[in-house]
Design a protein around this ligand. Structure first.
Ligand code: MF3
Ligand code: CO
Length: 252
């Protein structure tokens, strides 16, 4: 069941998205060699609260943190830890959501830590582009497969694979709503997009194969071949004639 959001609901989702987008802007400067992922989580949580939101991930299926922080071959759902220190050359995926008046936002970015390898830089560039391209497909009348397939096409063109076992999703009064949004698909197939749908689109690209495994902590997802992985996510709204990126980072 895909919910079409009312203008009132959209306003609440928009604010949840503004909060998390602002937190990303604020937190970037802390992503440096020497910081622990637990410290980043703590800063993220404080910032979300300072802007009037609630951390969306905390308490979700027993998850205890405001953020997921995934380093190098970790794809998503990395658990913040005081033992995990970022080092020069790492890439770090930061995933956060906020709740505002019962409505959710979801957003992720993968950052270089200090100077990174050319391979890492190219992966980040392609992942970022894949998200931009996918969002560029979104408008009423388009099929979900048009969006999904554009992600895999772009990844493949640059020699990367996409994660096939995890998905983007609708979002609203729940973090995860229909439809599932794969990072692969067939153009022209799938659900037709309509104004008022709110979607979290989240390409996950791997340098190696697409296979993933979940570590024994029950959360951390890594690439099976331990190759580098990058994750980018925005929450977007299907408008009457196109798309609005709700987690847009307008610098002020
Ligand atoms: N941001 C993730 C997603 O897109 C969800 C995080 S799982 C949580 O689907 F448990 F950390 F919340
Ligand atoms: Co998501």
């Amino acid at each position: 069941m895909i919910f079409i959001k009312s203008p009132e609901e959209i306003d609440k989702i928009k604010r949840a998205c503004e909060i998390v987008a602002q937190v990303f802007l604020d937190i970037e400067k802390y992503i440096k060699p020497g910081i622990t992922t637990a410290e980043i989580d703590e800063i993220g949580e404080k910032l979300i609260i300072s802007y009037g939101g609630r951390p969306a991930f905390k308490g979700y299926r027993g998850y205890q943190y405001a953020t997921c922080i995934s380093v190098n071959s970790e794809v998503v759902h990395g658990i913040p830890s005081p033992k995990k220190v970022l080092a020069e050359g790492d890439i770090v995926g930061l995933d956060m959501g906020a709740i505002n008046q019962g409505y959710y936002s979801d957003m992720a970015r993968t950052y270089p830590v200090g100077k990174v390898s050319k391979q890492a830089k190219l992966l980040l560039k392609c992942g970022r582009e894949a998200l931009t391209i996918a969002i560029g497909k979104v408008r009423p009348g388009v099929r979900l497969g048009d969006v999904s397939s554009s992600i895999e096409r772009h990844a493949k063109a640059h020699g990367y694979s996409v994660v096939k076992d995890l998905f983007g999703h609708g979002i609203g009064q729940n973090m995860h709503e229909d439809p599932l949004i794969p990072n692969y698909g067939v153009a022209g197939e799938g659900v037709e997009l309509r104004p008022g749908m709110t979607l979290a689109i989240e390409p996950m690209l791997n340098v190696g194969g697409s296979a993933i495994i979940t570590l024994s902590d029950g959360w951390t997802v890594v690439t099976k071949d331990r190759s580098l992985s990058a994750h980018f996510e925005d929450t977007v709204l299907v408008t009457d004639n196109g798309v609005e990126i709700l987690t847009c980072q307008k610098k002020t």
